[in-house]
Design a protein around this ligand. Structure first.
Ligand code: GRF
Length: 200
């Protein structure tokens, strides 16, 4: 299966996918990596792997809609079977969703529906939950509200900082992402309302 991965930062989730794709039995290859900004380690990881990259910056477009359409076109040209938003810090919109939404998954470092948005680990820490985790979902027009494909629970320690907690979540998140994306790539998936089923 052809994967396009979108990143905005360190790209450790991307790296986990790149490492998994090195095994032909995994059944997927990353054909392109896109970002909303340049100068990030995520792009450097793709370049080191010899994978085509593209950057679509908001400030280069006269409106959010134009940015969204440009992103849709740049991703579509690679004919992805599955698009993975791995730490991608923008919401995809009105052009993107009809074209690619049903084959785009996003990973979020909290147990949806708890703690959506940019500060999931901090919000979990502030709330005082004893268990948080990570969620893989099929994107929709909300913020971290799409149909859930997989989740992993992660314990919160009493002496956690947001950094130690997010790092512990990211260990589980990378495993969840690699396992689930691999299954989707090999077996396919169907989305029926809020139900995502793996397997053709
Ligand atoms: C991940 O935890 C992702 O869920 C969140 O930001 C982090 C990105 O990490 N949105 P990386 O760029 O994949 O290292």
């Amino acid at each position: 299966a052809r994967l396009v991965v979108l990143v905005s930062g360190a790209g450790t989730n991307l790296q986990a996918l790149l490492d998994a794709c090195a095994d032909p039995a995994y059944g997927a290859q990353v054909v392109a990596v896109g970002a909303d900004r340049d100068g990030i380690e995520g792009l450097a990881r793709a370049e080191r792997a010899g994978i085509p990259t593209f950057v679509v910056k908001i400030k280069d477009y006269t409106s959010r809609e134009h940015w969204d359409r440009a992103l849709t076109d740049k991703v579509s040209v690679f004919e992805p079977d599955l698009v993975v938003l791995a730490g991608f810090m923008k919401l995809v919109g009105a052009s993107y969703l009809p074209a690619l939404g049903r084959r785009t998954v996003n990973t979020h470092p909290a147990l949806s529906p708890s703690f959506p948005g940019m500060q999931g680990p901090q919000d979990a820490l502030d709330y005082g939950v004893k268990v948080t985790g990570c969620t893989l979902f099929v994107v929709d027009d909300g913020v971290d509200t799409g149909a859930i494909v997989a989740q992993t629970a992660v314990p919160v320690d009493d002496d956690d900082t947001v950094e130690t907690l997010h790092e512990r979540i990211k260990v589980a998140e990378r495993a969840m992402l690699v396992d689930t994306v691999g299954r989707m790539a090999r077996e396919g998936w169907t989305v029926d309302g809020r139900r995502v089923r793996l397997g053709g």
